[in-house]
Design a protein around this ligand. Structure first.
Ligand SMILES: [Ca+2]
Ligand SMILES: [Ca+2]
Length: 290
């Protein structure tokens, strides 16, 4: 009478029947190997075969590059014995679809986006590519101060916009979960569909180009992550640092004109001298006796 014992390879254990090896070891699944380093892990630990047959390029820690399976095609894994079975990516990688709903398919999966959103080139992130009106003010459910042109919701709400779209939807509040989903790199950056190493690359928003009305009475200078206004002479930056307003020299220095009345003007001031007095000595504006 012959007999045998099955020996399973590392990471697998024998099932109750004693005839099948089941993969049991879970580890980190890495989406990319960049310059020999494993980068971008998707949350949670996965089986090596689940990882390597789907999104993974490497598995485990220390990580090892995935080897192609000789028996199963992509999207299928051998977890139990030698049967190739569809991997349910939605279960294996919770949160695999960003801003969308994961739907498992035989051999793959898809990310279903909410209406108005489109899946990006990774197939895993839903982004809103619609260009609509962007507003600088929103009070009592009403939108005001529309920015000329049409803009994407992230370009609008991750910069200086406060409401967006035909329904005048208020932009998510800074610090909220909705905000960090829309503006993952924080204010001043938007997704323009570019990718670096498989990840969406969020580019600086050029606020000066987008909103020509910024920095009235000054010059707008774009900066990475924001913008700055350089005010014309005689103008000073507002408290919200978006516009320059006239400096009222007469209010600041009541004695500015000496023997005359100070008159504030846009970007400057004038002295209207009392009778018998004149201004203009030594390029000075104040009124002095002759
Ligand atoms: Ca699948
Ligand atoms: Ca900027």
């Amino acid at each position: 009478m012959g007999s045998y014992v099955c020996l399973c390879s590392a990471g697998s254990t024998l099932d109750a029947s004693g005839t099948q090896c089941i993969e049991t070891s879970k580890g980190t699944c890495w989406l990319k190997v960049i310059n020999g380093r494993c980068e971008i892990n998707i949350n949670g630990a996965t089986l090596k075969s689940h990882c390597c047959s789907t999104l993974g390029e490497a598995w485990g820690s220390p990580c090892a590059k995935c080897e192609p399976d000789q028996f199963c095609t992509k999207g299928y894994a051998r977890v139990r014995g030698t049967i190739c079975q569809d991997v349910n990516e939605c279960e294996v990688f919770p949160g695999v679809c960003i801003n969308g709903k994961c739907v498992n398919t035989v051999g793959s999966f898809i990310c279903q986006c909410p209406s108005g959103m489109t899946v990006d080139a990774t197939g895993r992130t839903c982004i809103d590519l619609r260009t609509e009106q962007c507003y600088l003010s929103h009070e009592d459910e009403r939108c005001g101060a529309p920015i000329p042109g049409r803009h994407r919701v992230d370009a609008c709400c991750c910069s200086v916009g406060v409401a967006w779209g035909p329904e005048c939807d208020e932009c998510p509040e800074k610090g909220s979960q909705e905000y960090s989903q829309l503006c993952p790199r924080g204010p001043g950056f938007a997704n323009r569909g570019d990718f670096v190493n498989g990840r969406p690359f969020l580019k600086d928003i050029n606020e000066c180009k987008m909103i020509h009305s910024l920095c009235s009475n000054g010059k707008c200078r774009n900066t990475i992550g924001s913008f700055r206004c350089r005010c014309d002479n005689g103008f000073a930056l507002d408290s919200d640092e978006r516009n320059c307003t006239d400096i009222d020299e007469c209010r600041i220095s009541p004695d500015l004109c000496g023997q005359g009345t100070c008159v504030n003007t846009g970007g400057d001031f004038e002295c209207e001298c009392f009778e018998g007095y004149e201004s203009g000595f030594m390029m000075m504006k104040n009124c002095m006796g002759e």
